[in-house]
Design a protein around this ligand. Structure first.
Ligand SMILES: *[C@@H]1O[C@H](CO)[C@@H](O)[C@H](O)[C@H]1NC(C)=O
Ligand SMILES: *[C@@H]1O[C@H](CO)[C@@H](O)[C@H](O)[C@H]1NC(C)=O
Ligand SMILES: *[C@@H]1O[C@H](CO)[C@@H](O)[C@H](O)[C@H]1NC(C)=O
Ligand SMILES: *[C@@H]1O[C@H](CO)[C@@H](O)[C@H](O)[C@H]1NC(C)=O
Ligand SMILES: *[C@@H]1O[C@H](CO)[C@@H](O)[C@H](O)[C@H]1NC(C)=O
Ligand SMILES: *[C@@H]1O[C@H](CO)[C@@H](O)[C@H](O)[C@H]1NC(C)=O
Ligand SMILES: *[C@@H]1O[C@H](CO)[C@@H](O)[C@H](O)[C@H]1NC(C)=O
Ligand SMILES: *[C@@H]1O[C@H](CO)[C@@H](O)[C@H](O)[C@H]1NC(C)=O
Ligand SMILES: *[C@@H]1O[C@H](CO)[C@@H](O)[C@H](O)[C@H]1NC(C)=O
Length: 569
């Protein structure tokens, strides 16, 4: 996939005097290594996944419709895949980088992703998608900037800062994987919150912490992502308010906040104006549903702390850290979530307003009701969706789809999408999503911890949050006027969250819990959106460099090479 084809489009654009058509190829070469090191303030030596020596990895700075090429050299001692969380891979699930779409990149090998930020803008992150590796790092920021011709609905900020915040364990991710086979309970609990990989300000065994330098009177855009494993957090800046402007690709109605809840896998942009005395101020992230001041929980290090530093500041940050909402106050969090609305009149990837997609009067084609829970199967504790725990096959579903219509690898439409299976079981389940239909997905969290869910390939219209069991009558509580569209949505313990998605993107799409423990131990499934038309304008053929594995491993299955895919573009 290259911009080459796009130049034809440019020619057409010139003829028809259309607006600027921009397409730029961006090239990255990533050497991925695992270094045994101490991540302060944790004290254990543990493997940390770095990209070109960096933790977090480098920024992917792109603009709408750019084509991003990432040549990944896997120097780990195990297979690796990256996924681009929130990049929709239009017509091209071949680049999605999850176990159901791609063979892993084997150790010592390299493989080049090529994907387009087609019709998208916004703030996202990338991370390793298999084998619990995200707990060891390998994550980084993605920006998709507006094309020049499209106005951003706020004045250009003085500068932008990427701020990746996440909980961090001081165990080796390999040990945690092993432990999870026996016990889901978090004996292996995160020990600290890191900001851009850095220890909290003031922690005794660390000299490095995150700090952003600002000039008095200027306004800055912070792009905040939760790259952690399981904790949602509340983010706030001492003596400063934030104006929320964007979430995972949608410009929001601008609201002024003292603090912002960010759940695992989510991203936000906020504007911060340096309007206080020239000094240093704390930026903090504290976990939700967790008491950091309770001595029994040893949680005081679970406070991420960085510094907002004014250029001419002569004084260090002082005073107590800014107080946030009660971490157990779910209503605070839900009220805030409900107040985050789409700005229907702002343009985004295209000049037309975001309100072009108005869901007040759409006809639903499908409804899934998915209960997230846990169970024990053959003595192994697992997380489940409707009492089914996903068992990752060695053959990517997408390859099976291409070569054998899935047979021998997955079962289509056996998964119970609206009921809980009687008797917990493993399965490799794929469900049909009706092409160009509207799907309603209700996520019900039957557990005590926070969850968040993500669908590759699409945005979620976040229409409702509710308590107790969801029934069709619950639809009367939905916000169908201006629901925000985003890629990851939180689901509170004991409660439900309802979303819509418009399935206009054929492919094999991963639907997963972003809570890494839940995901790794079975909370995922795939939605297959199929269009029988082989026209590449509908869905891309496999890329030229497609990897084969599992039952299509060339060594054992000549069928695969016999059916060699058409070259991609
Ligand atoms: C990102 O790309 C935009 C558009 O090309 C450019 O203006 C900006 O300076 C870049 N930012 C960084 C940090 O590279
Ligand atoms: C591996 O890297 C080499 C050197 O950059 C490149 O030519 C080749 O295309 C890459 N292989 C794959 C499968 O992407
Ligand atoms: C929505 O976007 C428009 C167009 O950019 C802007 O003028 C307006 O202030 C925004 N509204 C809110 C509530 O943020
Ligand atoms: C946290 O624990 C401390 C000590 O047990 C207690 O005083 C405090 O009220 C608790 N805070 C919350 C928010 O539950
Ligand atoms: C807290 O720390 C103490 C002493 O290090 C330890 O005995 C206890 O198990 C820890 N509690 C938790 C919940 O980790
Ligand atoms: C969406 O469409 C409905 C009619 O179906 C209309 O009443 C409503 O005003 C529209 N909303 C927006 C924000 O345009
Ligand atoms: C809503 O949709 C129905 C059926 O699709 C249609 O008959 C009706 O006119 C629509 N209403 C509005 C306000 O657009
Ligand atoms: C897959 O299904 C299509 C449509 O039903 C059929 O034309 C094709 O032959 C099947 N391919 C294989 C390998 O079974
Ligand atoms: C899942 O199946 C088990 C039996 O294996 C049953 O005890 C349990 O109630 C089921 N879970 C749910 C949420 O229905």
């Amino acid at each position: 996939m290259q911009c080459f084809m796009k130049w034809l489009t440019v020619a057409v654009a010139i003829i028809f005097r259309m607006a600027e058509v921009r397409c730029i190829d961006i090239f990255h070469e990533w050497i991925v290594t695992s270094e045994n090191t101490v991540v302060h303030p944790a004290s254990n030596i543990q493997p940390v996944i770095k990209i070109n020596g960096m933790f977090p990895g480098p920024l992917i700075n792109s603009t709408t419709n750019d084509v991003i090429h990432v040549n990944v050299f896997n120097n780990l001692d195990e297979p690796l895949l990256f996924t681009w969380n929130g990049i929709q891979q239009r017509l091209n699930s071949w680049q999605d980088g999850v176990s159901g779409t791609n063979c892993p990149i084997e150790p010592g090998k390299n493989w080049t992703y090529a994907f387009q930020t087609k019709d998208q803008i916004g703030t996202y992150s990338y991370f390793p998608s298999i084998n619990f590796q995200k707990a060891a790092g390998g994550f980084g920021p993605i920006r998709v900037n507006n094309r020049n011709v499209i106005l951003v609905p706020f004045p250009k900020p003085e500068a932008e800062f990427d701020l990746l915040i996440g909980d961090w364990m001081d165990n080796s991710f390999k040990d945690v994987r092993t432990m999870l086979q026996d016990e889901l309970s978090h004996d292996v609990y995160p020990k600290v919150f890191l900001m851009n990989g850095k220890a909290p300000y003031g922690s005794p065994d660390s000299t490095s912490y995150e700090s952003f330098t600002v000039s008095k009177g200027k306004t800055y855009r912070l792009r905040i992502s939760n790259v952690g494993t399981l904790f949602s957090f509340n983010f706030r800046i001492q003596k400063h308010q934030m104006v929320l402007v964007e979430t995972e690709g949608s410009y929001t109605n601008q609201i002024t906040l003292d603090s912002l809840d960010v759940h695992v896998g989510q991203s936000y942009s906020v504007l911060v104006t340096a309007n206080q005395d020239e000094s240093d101020y704390y930026m903090v992230a504290t976990p939700k549903l967790f008491n950091t001041t309770d001595s029994q929980s040893n949680g005081s290090s679970l406070v991420g702390k960085g510094i907002l530093h004014y250029e001419n500041s002569m004084s260090m940050a002082n005073g107590p850290i800014p107080e946030g909402p009660d971490p157990f106050d779910i209503d605070f969090s839900i009220d805030q979530a409900r107040s985050i609305r789409w700005n229907m009149t702002a343009g985004a990837a295209r000049p037309n307003p975001q309100g072009t997609f108005n869901v007040t009067n759409i006809t639903l084609t499908q409804t899934f009701v998915l209960h997230g829970s846990k169970a024990i199967i053959n003595g192994v504790p697992v997380y489940t969706v409707n009492n089914v725990s996903y068992l990752t096959p060695t053959t990517p579903l997408k390859l099976a789809d291409q070569f054998t219509n899935g047979s021998g690898v997955y079962q289509l439409d056996v998964f119970p999408v609206r009921s809980v299976k009687d008797g917990a079981a493993y399965g490799v389940f794929v469900v049909t999503g009706v092409h160009k239909g509207w799907i309603e997905i209700v996520f019900k969290n039957d557990l005590d911890d926070m969850d968040s869910w993500h669908l590759d390939g699409f945005g979620f219209y976040v229409v409702g949050f509710g308590e107790g069991e969801w029934t069709p009558a619950s639809r009367s509580t939905y916000n169908l006027h201006d629901p925000v569209v985003r890629s990851t949505v939180q689901v509170y313990p004991g409660r439900w969250t309802a979303v819509y998605a418009f399935l206009d993107n054929p492919g094999m799409w991963n639907l997963r819990s972003q809570n890494l423990f839940h995901w790794y131990m079975g909370q995922e499934l795939y939605i297959r959106v199929h269009d029988a038309d082989p026209n590449p304008a509908k869905e891309r053929p496999p890329p030229e460099n497609v990897l084969l594995c599992g039952i299509f491993d060339e060594a054992i299955a000549p069928v695969a090479s016999a059916l060699a895919p058409e070259p991609g573009w």
